[in-house]
Design a protein around this ligand. Sequence first.
Ligand SMILES: *Cc1c(COP(=O)(O)O)cnc(C)c1O
Length: 580
Amino acid sequence: MKRRIIVSVICIFIMLMTGCNVSVNVPSSSGVSDTSIVEHKVGDYSQKMTDDTAKQFGDELSAFEITAEQRKLAANNEAGYPELDAGRGNPNWINTKVRSAFTRLMDFANEECRLAMENKDMAGHGNKDGISERFDNFMNEEDEIDSFLLDAVSHCEKELGMDRDDLLFEFSNGIIGDYYPDPSRCLENTEKILNEYITSTLFNGKTIEGGTDIFPTEGGSAAMCYVFHSLNHNHVLKQGDKIAIGTPIFTPYLEIPDVNDYGLVSVDITSDKEHNWDIDPDELDKLRNKDIKAFFLVNPSNPASHALSSQTIEILKDVMNDNPDLIILTDDVYGTFVPGFESVYSAIPHNTILVYSFSKLYGVTGWRIGLIAMNSDNVVDRLISELPDEDKKDLEKEYCIAVSEPDKLKFIDRLTADSRSIGLYHTSGLSTPSQIFMDIMALSHTTYEEDEYIKTANAIINERYCALMNALGLKADTANDNARYYALIDINALICDKYGEDFAKWREDNISDIDFLNDLAKKKGVVLMYGPGFDAPKGNVRISLANLNTEDYVQIASRIMELLDEYYEEFEDEEGKKAA
Ligand SMILES: *Cc1c(COP(=O)(O)O)cnc(C)c1O
């Protein structure tokens, strides 16, 4: 007990020293002690803290804030070890081919502009006439990057039926970036290229009836903000509506401040280790209740890193018969890490809003590139068309400043308009160079039969995962649905296995999960993430396999074991004293 208090006091001290924004229970300006905890109607996930130690901080600390503190401890760890931070999901790899191709395309587009006008650093706007011939002359077939660009353009012509001049003109104008995005939601050829990419990576090649509309966004995070905002703005999700959330889940999405203002009420749809992090059919049954308006999930999940099984998706399909208006939001950012992955969107296209991000696979977290995809025939548009006349009139009045027939505006275009507060609809849309970069990433996957890059990414995280599990003495989960981007490790189970139940019990009573993570940082220089911060069960920690090298994961395992051995010595000492 004593130790816990000491650790907590030290932590609070550090946080105060570093100006960390945590709310400790201090008297408010009114002089009344303000010990109330902010209520988050959506799930309380935003700052979920089940750990006792965390309670002493006032329940206001997110998993990310705890990790930020541990980073500081780890940098000056007592063992003098090099710091190993496996807290972050940011990959430590990047794709060089797509970056080189971007540069080459930019060089070509600059040349095109110089043809129109050249005055030192100033040039004009390119011309479509004869662009294909000039492109072929500019690119050198012998060069690897140039030949990829030549192949990619030919692929678009042959497989996607695009006009070569038209595509190259979109590429060069887009990459130069001196026209507002037009159409503002998505460039025309870009939408087709992205469709082919998500069909291959997320729909397992399945063609979707009705066709898929795409809105490129500033990463998956912006995508989620836009979706929540527009569903609310269009009276589809209202104050007091129930939404279901697949937990454990990456919390930042639920920390979108607006979500709390929306006054939504959440219901957990949990997955657990016993079901190999798939959702149990009983849990899915909750969605049959028509009071539940939306279901939010990350698939493959974060932190558990598992994809839903095809059986689960079949059950979900069946659930839709009971709750046909259910809106599903699926974040498939990790989809490419599961070979043969199939999104909930491809199974239930009319009810599902898909979010995807290029951040992880291509190492482009700083670019901020993601997308929202929706079927051209979808439940949200229908629900908007069925709104009470009064609501419809209000919305028409708002959107009529942007378009001439506001009642016909599709939800995906409302998302685009809303992203610029409607009034600035004509300047909305993701920057065109970013859209062209998305094209290049997508085409690096779709142009050739095999995608060696995706295979390499999968092989790398698999190697790290196996090294970690092996060093921890745990059985690796080799099932295909394990994305292996993160490993969720149950420290309690690990301790039980290695030292037996008595020690496990002592550890739980004397050293909380956060104490353990703090010790790991302070004494051994290792930073991991606190599982309950994602609504994972107590005792779980998330280890990112994305951002360190294979040998580092062996080190992490050995330092965890070192710390547990030290705890065990303490336990034996106490037991010895009791016996004496
Ligand atoms: C990392 C991550 C993303 C990516 O977000 P960006 O804003 O595109 O960088 C999206 N969803 C989940 C669940 C993630 O873990």
